[in-house]
Ligand binder design. Sequence first.
Ligand code: PLP
Length: 388
Amino acid sequence: MSLQSTDKKYIANTYNRFPVSIVSGKGSVVKDENGKEYIDLGSGIGVTSFGIADEVWQNAITEQISKVQHMSNLYYTEPCVRLAEILCKRSGMKKVFFSNSGAEANECAIKIARKYASDKYGKDRFTIITLNNSFHGRTLTTLSATGQEHYHELFTPLTPGFISVDAGDLDAIKEIHKETPVAGVLIECIQGEGGVLPVDSAFIKDLNDWCNENDVLFMVDEVQTGNGRTGELYAYMNYGVSPDVVSTAKGLAGGLPLGAVLIGEKAQNVLGFGDHGSTFGGNPVCCAAAVSIIERIDFALLSDVKEKSKAVFEALKGAVGVESVCGLGLMIGIKTVRPAADVVKEAMENGVLCLTAKDKVRLLPALNIPKETLLAAVEIIKTACANM
Ligand SMILES: *Cc1c(COP(=O)(O)O)cnc(C)c1O
């Protein structure tokens, strides 16, 4: 049986895959089973920060895996300590909890907000505000946090205590807080799965101020926007705000599963012994990989991300079949005249892998993709957009 039919037989039906099997790659070019090459503008949904089989990343992993691959959190290991130190020094946050995924990072953030509020204000203050059109994960609680009804329908009853409001509607949050005390607010600065939609920067700032004034934890979901994606180490850094809690995952370890919650001064001691944990969280191989990624997301790399972003926006300006372009850094959404899925399919036939997000074509290339490679792929997407 072919790989694809065996997959269909034995793997749960949750993914509608393209009829392509990727067997190898290098940097931003991947190869399928027939030897056809593609420029990869999806990066495994913003995961392979430095592309496929990056050598610095590979060396970090092989060095660690030959020493110790896992020890449990009962003992000290070096990579997670080093990574936590780097993340805190780069962000000004005070402590880190490591998880394996974005959803688990958000679960931890939610637990921190609940415990912070109940420690200080009692059991009634547990409500978490999120935004409509957000995405925070697939576990039942992060699904409950996700402000999109269609994700909820099949899985009720959901975890209680989440209310979502429209992005920009600070008045709605103030009203809710009068009736139902709010423990925390969780937002994406750019709603990735929601269509690469930037949230208004004045709202982000005002929300941060309101949270500070009301001792409500201001939490930013940086699972997709984090780790250099937007041209800053974390997207919130574009807005001059100071979150109390930041969750991240996707690109953090460049292709190994790792999530992290960065905790600011206010909430740094909320979690105590036994309050939270994860068997695999902070795995030394994943953390060694992440150190090799984060150490390279320096000023020069971030400037390069911004410059390549500008070049993509310029290349798409006024293009036939392109209605608008949105996003920040190398997180770019293209509103196309044709259905986005048709553009993605045609681009794939012509050797470019990209994603959709709602009604947009979504680009999340590796941060180190060569500019020429990126622009060559954008030309192929432009041709597909124009082919109405
Ligand atoms: C992908 C994503 C998640 C979920 O991450 P997983 O690693 O799939 O659990 C959560 N929040 C945002 C913003 C995401 O983009």
